[in-house]
Design a protein around this ligand. Structure first.
Ligand code: CTP
Length: 406
């Protein structure tokens, strides 16, 4: 392994494991990387800047507002120049600040400013890692594409045993290596992805919709971009932010989604319909607000267009992927959908299970393809599911080259 020519920022926060960052720095330098170390105020209470300065051969960054340096300007330049930003050890406090975009010192400001891959190696006392606040912050960061390693289990500084030790230096270096040489196996592919729910108006105030959060579709867009694809993301209303680099097409109704999809269909090489399209709309949307307290009010519904079916009927060489949200007999129903809609691959998930599927950060899916294959994947974060779906598309395309246009 070599890191020759790589510029790394190493952020160190106030954990007793800060001394291990010295060993990590020594390895990074030994492997050829140029390393700028950033210490938080609390990190300096554990290990002084001189140790890091001596080993890195560079000034150590501590104070964003130091009048002796141009630190505030430098941070932008540093953020642009680096190939990766590592935070090791990262405290629960750092995870919280990073998850919420707080930038109140040098390190947290760099975390917002950089577009390089971010690798976080947490270390904290037993019990903290499992606290719901930390769990939620880690999930937010992972969904955003930040790599957060799992801490190791063992004896901690407090003499308690549990999960909270800084991951081994080898594990940090191995992950760094993967982040620095990302797969570009989707270069040249053009992904048309739909995500989120649709909203079908009943009147100017109310609508019909469903519980889709859009997380799965946005994860697919992020994974696709990272692997070198161009991405058009057609999305119903969600609270997710579109990944940088995607062409974002916001829509509201199934009809608007249909139009946007058909408009980009000829451009695409792969179509992935992760959206949970509302199946029904009000036959007549009322122009005026319907008055409340009308007992027995009847709403007449009409079916929305089946976008996926239309895509499959109109498509050329595109590889078409659908999703099947099921509550029972998941695989049977999903295979029926695959066949009825005449698509290439269907991602089946059981939305009746807590913690996976709708609104959740994890998913557990089975990939069924029209050549008879069925791959059951373990439960994992949606970004990992997204990568597994993209792997499968490429594998099926590779077996049947005509299916995935190059
Ligand atoms: N889909 C679509 N247009 C619709 C409904 C669904 O394009 N009007 C797509 C979804 O994006 C998804 C797939 O079809 O990729 C399956 O969606 P799902 O809701 O599970 O299936 P439905 O076809 O709606 O069948 P049902 O709700 O009866 O299970």
């Amino acid at each position: 392994m070599t890191l020759a020519g790589k510029e790394i920022i190493l952020g160190v926060t106030g954990s007793i494991a800060a001394y291990k960052a010295v060993y990590l720095l020594r390895e990074l330098v030994r492997l050829g990387a140029g390393v700028n170390v950033v210490l938080t105020e609390h990190a300096q209470k554990f290990v002084g800047p001189l140790t890091f300065r001596t080993l890195s051969g560079r000034p150590v960054l501590t104070d964003l507002f130091d009048p002796q340096t141009d630190a505030a300007v430098e941070h932008v330049e540093l953020a642009n120049r680096c190939h990766a930003l590592i935070v090791a050890p990262a405290t629960a406090n750092l995870l919280a600040k990073a998850a919420h975009g707080i930038a109140d010192d040098f390190l947290t400001t760099l975390l917002l400013a950089t577009r390089a891959p971010v690798l976080i190696a947490p270390a904290m006392d037993a019990g903290m890692w499992d606290h719901p606040a930390v769990v939620a912050n880690v999930a937010t960061l992972r969904a955003r594409g930040v790599t957060v390693l799992e801490p190791d289990a063992g004896e901690l500084a407090s003499r308690l045993a549990g999960k909270g030790r800084l991951p081994e230096i080898d594990a940090i270096l191995e992950t760094l290596q993967r982040l620095l040489s990302p797969l570009r196996d989707l270069a040249g592919q053009r992904l048309l992805i739909t995500a989120g729910p649709t909203r079908e108006p009943i009147d100017p105030v109310r609508y019909l919709s469903n519980r889709s959060s859009g997380k799965m579709g946005y994860a697919l867009a992020l994974a696709g971009l990272r692997r070198g694809a161009e991405v058009v993301l057609v999305s119903g209303p969600t609270s997710q932010s579109p990944p940088a680099g995607a062409v974002f097409v916001p829509v509201e109704t199934a009809e608007e989604m249909r139009e946007a999809v058909l408009q980009h269909l000829a451009w695409a090489t792969i179509v992935i319909k992760a959206a949970a399209v509302a199946d029904y709309r009000a036959r007549e949307a009322n122009a005026a607000k319907i008055k409340s307290k009308q007992d027995g009010l009847t709403l007449e519904l009409a079916a929305t267009p089946d976008i996926l079916k239309e895509v499959a009927a109109r498509k050329g060489d595109q590889f078409v992927v659908g999703f099947a949200a099921e509550t029972h007999e998941v695989k049977r129903h999903a295979r029926e959908k695959l066949e009825a809609k005449r698509i290439d691959l269907i991602v089946a998930n059981d939305v009746s299970q807590k913690g996976i599927g709708f609104e959740a950060d994890d998913n557990q899916v089975t990939l069924l393809d029209r050549w008879g294959g069925a791959i059951e994947l373990p439960r994992m974060p949606k970004l990992d599911v997204a990568n597994a779906v993209l792997d499968r598309i490429l594998a099926l395309g590779a077996a049947k080259p005509a299916k995935v246009p190059r």
